[in-house]
Design a protein around this ligand. Sequence first.
Ligand code: DGT
Ligand code: CA
Ligand code: CA
Ligand code: ZN
Length: 584
Amino acid sequence: MSTIDMLQHILFEFSVYEAAHNAPYKARAYQSAAETVSQHADDLETLWKAQGIKGLKELPGIGTAIAEKIDEFFRTGRIASYRTMKQAFPVDSARLSTLEGLGPKHIFTLWQKLKIKNLSDLEHALQHKKIAQLPGFGEASQARLARALHLKRAASGRPALGFILPIAEELVAHLTRLPDVTRSAYGGSIRRRQETVGDIDLIATSNHPIRVMEAFVHFPEVDSVIEQGPTRTLVRLHNGLDADLRVVPDQVFGATLLYFTGSKQHNILLRERALKRGYTLNEYGLFKGKKLLACAHEEEIYTRLGLDMPPPELRVGGEELLAAEHHALPDLLPYGSVRGDLQVQTNWTDGSDSIEQMARAARTNRLSYMAVTDHTKALTFIHGLHEREVTKQGKEIDRLNKKYTIKTHARLLHGTECDILRDGTLDLNNATLSALDWVGVSVHTSLELEATDMTKRIVKALSNPNIDCFFHPTSRRIGRREPCAMDMDEVLATAKKFRVALEIDATPDRSDLNDLHVRSAIRAGVPLVIDSDAHSPDHFRFLNFGEGIARRGWATKTDIMNTKTLTQLRAWLEKKRPRPQWTA
Ligand code: DGT
Ligand code: CA
Ligand code: CA
Ligand code: ZN
């Protein structure tokens, strides 16, 4: 754990402790401090060195008491009151909190009644069915917890792509900077943009492989060395993932990259094709007998095999090879095509920053428009907006649109992320919805409904003529919560009928829709959008992961509505229902 991760962890544990002890304001203070700390990461210590407690206090969400604790942490490497707290409450509350449905009060009860300190203790208690009888639990929540824990165990070791891609990019950047390295890339599931990742496969070319390997094992991300050799070195990173580096001569880069990009099934089919044509194909090249035919660039190898080159995202070992043979590969949506983000939360609800700050950050991320889509009143615990607050927010958005130009701030659409209630009715009245520029709906509660009930609920919601988009349609969270049960074909048919767009929510652990859903949606003629679901300025970068999902789903630019300009998007939306505010 880095120093900053440690500090964030401590603040988070304080927040659980306070929440468990009926101090919601203190809990909230610690929680927002933890978020601020993680956002400022390495800058925080720099700021503290330059300006001390005073500098810390200027950050959002950090008051005097917490600033003093952070100061103590940087000065002494620990916080005395944290030790005292942990003696009274020696519970890994941060890890336990990652289980769906396990709040601070529950965690405290588990400790008080059963001395449960961590996931293993909990697992043990669940096996012995000791949870149901505790106050505030019951049979249903015992079963739910067992499922959540099972899911967590099953998923641990396969984190979502979005958490790992930046690390892979960083490692490639380090490798490329080495004087002995000519080219470097990541391959494997990461290059194919698979939604979860087993390990990081790296390739570098060099005439001095031993020197490259020696530098690699000393990279700051590396925790320990599992195997070190001149062609292959395997290390464990601090985040628990393995990174697997191959070093080859530059002339064979294409063949090695192709092989280690996979997928395994794609490789097998390619090799069979090569064999049928009297060639052999391996990670060092395409050969006729002993004669090397092609290996410097991936494309040469595909060409020799009579194929167009499928983009890595399509290499699953299926239809892409047929398409490659018949010059029928899709013209995939290019990265960077999304022009506007249509799901963004602000500090009107559970986002960290103001509308203005988010609009500026969106513009910095080269977006030209952004919909403000704060949550609605059913989500009481994050102060979801009531109708009158939605209306008030609209005035603020008008003011900001007048105040700023596209030079510095994205144009704002006034939207909502309106909750779909259990019975399929919506959490805002129709008068309020119809006055909005952009209406997204989503499911956040009663996620456990049976497929027939859930489908009915969604169909009812989507048939409301004010709805433009269904956000994160399955509500899954990778490693935490399985997708809601529903009849996806019926949802698609409904979306098509009422012309409701479905969202690809690019938040890493959501990735919802997934690639297969995207493909079905396109086939069904359902419009799609890609959103970051940003809750802080740093989240706009997620859009790139969403574009990856779309590409894996064979999406072209025309399939994704928010690749349109704002004018085009408005024209498209107006066909569904008039928005008088745009002509006024
Ligand atoms: P992961 O790591 O589980 O997320 O998935 P991958 O696809 O990155 O798999 P990995 O790391 O085991 O191997 C990287 C690539 O190496 C894989 O995509 C294709 C290639 N590869 C691995 N094993 C085999 C194999 O037995 N046969 C062939 N033809 N290729 C293989
Ligand atoms: Ca891999
Ligand atoms: Ca590997
Ligand atoms: Zn939210």
